[in-house]
Design a protein around this ligand. Sequence first.
Ligand code: FMN
Length: 689
Amino acid sequence: MRDPRYDILFEPMQIGPVTAKNRFYQVPHCNGGGYRDPSAAAEMRGIKSQGGWGVIFTEQCEMHHSSEITPFIELRLWEDKDIPQLRRMSEKMKEHGALAGIQLAYSGINGPNLYSKEVPLAPSALPIRTFTNDPVQARALSKSEIKDLRRWFVNAAKRSKEAGFDLINLYGAHGFGIFQHFLSRATNHRTDEYGGSLENRSRFATEVVADIRDAVGDTMALALRVSLDETIGDLGFSNAEVRDFVEMNRNLPDIWDLAQGTWEDCSGPSRFKEEAAQEALVRGIHELTDKPIVGVGRFTSPDVMAKMIKSGTLDMIGCARPSIADPFLPKKIEEGRIEDIRECIGCNICITGDMTMSISRCTQNPTFMEEWRKGWHPETMNAKGDSDNVLVIGSGPAGLEAAWALCRRGYDVAVAEARDVIGGRVTRERALPGLSAWGRVVDYRDYQLSQHPNVEIYRESELDVDSILEFGFQNVAIATGSTWRRDGVSRQHVVPMPIAEAAKVYTPDDLMDGTVPGGTVVIYDDDHYYMGGVLAELLVKQGARVTLITPSAYVSDWTNNTLEQATIHARLDEMGVDIVLNRGVTEVAGDHVVSNCVYTGKTRSYPCDAVVMVASRSGNDQLFQGLTARQADWADAGIRSVKLFGDAEAAGPIAWATYAGHRYARELDEADIGDDLPFRREITELAPQ
Ligand code: FMN
């Protein structure tokens, strides 16, 4: 039963003409699917409706073709033809009593219009600001075009109503939506009644809200999403100015949706931001308005959520990432199942789906975006197949997820772990600087497995092929992880690089095992994700002088996709790490490395006492290979299947491992689909000629 301390989270909330059943508000978040995968995106929202959210929003929806953000894949509402796709989504959202919200985005100086080829329009003429630095400029809207834009918003609002939505969110946060571009002196240089004073800069927002209210306000609620602090210096829309803006326009929207200035700040990873990190920025704004406020802060703890409401800071609890990691978060709080909440780990892998224009993943919730594509439900598994038991070897993220999903299907599961602790790489990595929240991947599964009668975990149980054959399990699932390579093989070197015998070369595994070199240390990062940067922090903290050499143009390059890269660079720079970009390492000698420019090949030496090789990883597949060699003995041993998955099969981020473990569990004993596509997809219907 629900803990009465959390009752406040379940009080209904009036938002303009509509009422949310509770205080759980899924703020807009993209998913890498958007207009390309409408049914996949709709089903994902539908699952959240089942999970008890009071309000569920779409991702940003491009409301007019004159402002679009190709190559990023969001939603589109450019013409009536787009309505059915969006109606499918609103219907899914409302299936279990949530209010359905749509975020209307006009991207102004963030919309390069690579697809529509229209000239971008913004409050003032400025270059387009995108992650991709497109060489395109926006021109300033004329006053008659501002009227056009107001009408386009009304058209989009009417279409939203027809598509079945209850709320509209006007995007003006994260530096992205045009409302912010008008509000900020950095992007609004106008000298007419839309520029200059705060009142003038607010004019566009007040006009659009009034227009939309006239058009649909009797049935639809209006949310205005504005930045809490643009954090770009004096010209930016500061926290003080946000407060002035809210006070000046007390009752402008039906709900204020307040979010930290840049997307990097707002969706800050757990490596750099704690839960409720935006509290100080939002505290006190409530007194400036009569309308409710929703705010965000990677909320996963019901205590923190209740405190935010009881203290009068927020009226509704906004969640993006926590709703991805656990779409059933509200329901679990309601049912008093707090320990069942699958807490977001703040790794931001969800954001990489959008940034790579693919389809999003979640480390904690492998079913995310597979709800329609594969029919995976986050809380229910498919029925058990013919066989009865599985031996899972390895308790890293892949093995633990497989075990947890298998025992929910009804299999008897034994997990054999060679070490005395479970968790594999996650247990090792969670001890690294900034990564402690990632340990939730293990903690959640450890607890769930401890509650399940049909699973046993055997620690310090290193198995060999003979013993596996003797045990007589019907299915053997091998998730034995991977080992960092010492020989430098990765992208620059596809065969081992020259390393002198006298050289002291360490791998990330050595450092995680507690062997940390001192003196002057070169980190050679040809992995490009977080590990090189994290180890630089570790080494500096333990007293080493660190030079980080990477062939990439950015330190920890791939973290551009998790919105962490700039913060990582700043932190390492502040710590005194010498960051060497666009250079490889061609040779490791006893007391130096030889580094080459990736463009010219010109070499230079960097003296060092030790080298940390952050290259690639080799799968620990020896057991699998050994068992495969004994395939003739499987039938006698009662073995029906042997499968290798996770890092042991091919190393990747942790989210890849939990996905692989889950997939293994889902597909065990299922019919072979042969050459068929293993997921559903939608293809564009050909227009009549
Ligand atoms: N905010 C928007 O206003 N529109 C978006 O389309 C949007 N896309 C997002 C996509 C992802 C994958 C994530 C994680 C966040 C996105 N956000 C977007 C920001 C979230 O709405 C939210 O403000 C931010 O993530 C902080 O909330 P959280 O800590 O609960 O994740």
